[in-house]
Ligand binder design. Sequence first.
Ligand code: GH3
Ligand code: MG
Length: 537
Amino acid sequence: MNDESQKEKLRQHFARRVTTQARVVLDTWQKINEKPETSAAFRNDFAGSVDKLVRYAQRFEMDKYTTAGQQLLALIAEWQADSPLHTELHHRFAAAIDQLSQSTLRRTDNASDDSPHIYRRTPVYIALASDEMASRLIRQLEFFGFRAAAFSEPQALIDACALHKPETILMDVNFSNRPNAGITTVEHLQERHDTPIPIIFMSHDDGSIETRLRASRCGGEEFFYPAVDPGQLIEKIETYTHGNTVEPYRVLVLDDSRAQAKFMETVLKKAGMTAHIITDPMQIINALEEFSPEIIILDMYMPGCTGMEIARVIRQQDRFHSVPIIYLSAEEDVSKQLHAMSLGGDDFLTKPIDPKHLVATIHNRGRRARSLLALMIRDSLTGLYNHTHTLDLLDQEIVRARQKQQPLSFAMIDIDYFKRVNDNYGHPIGDRILRSLSIFLKQRLRKTDHVGRYGGEEFVIILPDTRETDARNVLNEIRERFAELQQRAGDQEFRVTFSCGIAGWHDESAQQLRERADRALYDAKARGRNCVVLATG
Ligand code: GH3
Ligand code: MG
């Protein structure tokens, strides 16, 4: 081994020590965070672990960790020994902890041998009248992998939004304990932003039409009255935070005029879409296969064939039966346009094309097509992939794993004693738990993992490029965290656990892989539930 590579090895060795220590800090924080009222007991442990982190990080010159650790030390100095952490300091800690966990995530991203990591999103701001409720919500949200921050004064919230625009704000109509101050604050706030921030309003005592109207006019997307249930709230927040991760639409354009095709390409790319251009109608079959468009734009008149004829051919393939087709032509005659639409088209745009009109049409068609597709492949209760689609995905991932010579893991999850949950608290609460587990899984797995609802209270996860031992570690972590969640039914609280079986793919058929995971799940149940078991052989 030469000098350089030896040095690099040493560096990596020490780097791992620092990241391991950072995880110890994060774990200790977790204990404090879960139960602030008993946090005094953990103060010294926490201080000790942060101190060690700073010393390691300084020694090995890992600046991000040093800075994050020093920030924490400064806050610990403000935290009186033997007393619980108060709310304001708790928030400041949460921000510093967040920085630290970001650093550990970044390391994980680079390291090739690390297991999947948690995704953090842009923040959710909480502006309520009650501080106590705000910190309870933040803890819940953190469990689901959201970053949340609470505010108690309008100006602080407005400043924070200017600095870092949140994905959504949960706003009490009586924010900061003044009647309607929440609405007034939002009205001010929205004036400063080009695109409005989606707001979730809540009110304990005012559900009148006047208040609801005002809230809705300033960007209120939801209005919770009289009470807000944390479970429902998290579902709503999940919908607004999803909006930002919309994949660009894949648009196929067939136009024999190269200039026109280029023009369309520029407009579409500018609007953030992925465009694929062909000028020869005979290329259409190839393009469909390779590009797999979500929307197709066809010129009406081309040498050799018409757009309508091409549309007919496209529609003859099952896979493209519902892909929207938009015609382009100079045709002003409405009856001819109608005729074209009856032959499998969905819309008509006349040349010269107005870019704004083009983009709006594609957005409308694309959104509808996606939501129809979602109905076909997703389970309506949880929004996860349904049974059939999950099986399709598993087949695809096995092909890919074989081609790329990569590992692949398959996990099956089944909620423990779920029948009792339904019996004790009712079916709607059971449904809520299914949704909560599905959000929990989606938040904590990588984007490339597929989560499906296999049946009733059974879920499956496909983890591409993941060894079974890594998959086990990830799911075990998720299992522990999920079991800690307080579930609620009215004023009763209870916990729910799940069992999980995992099989790594060993060059076998999808069915064999599923059977092995299923047997491992059965073993997990037999071993007393609330555990993760790896399949054998
Ligand atoms: P085990 O730990 O052995 O898995 O026990 P269990 O009670 O979870 O298993 P069992 O298979 O006996 O019961 C599953 C229950 O899940 C029965 C069914 O009523 C419930 N269930 C299935 N689908 C849904 C659903 O969509 N919503 C609700 N609320 N309950 C469901
Ligand atoms: Mg069960």
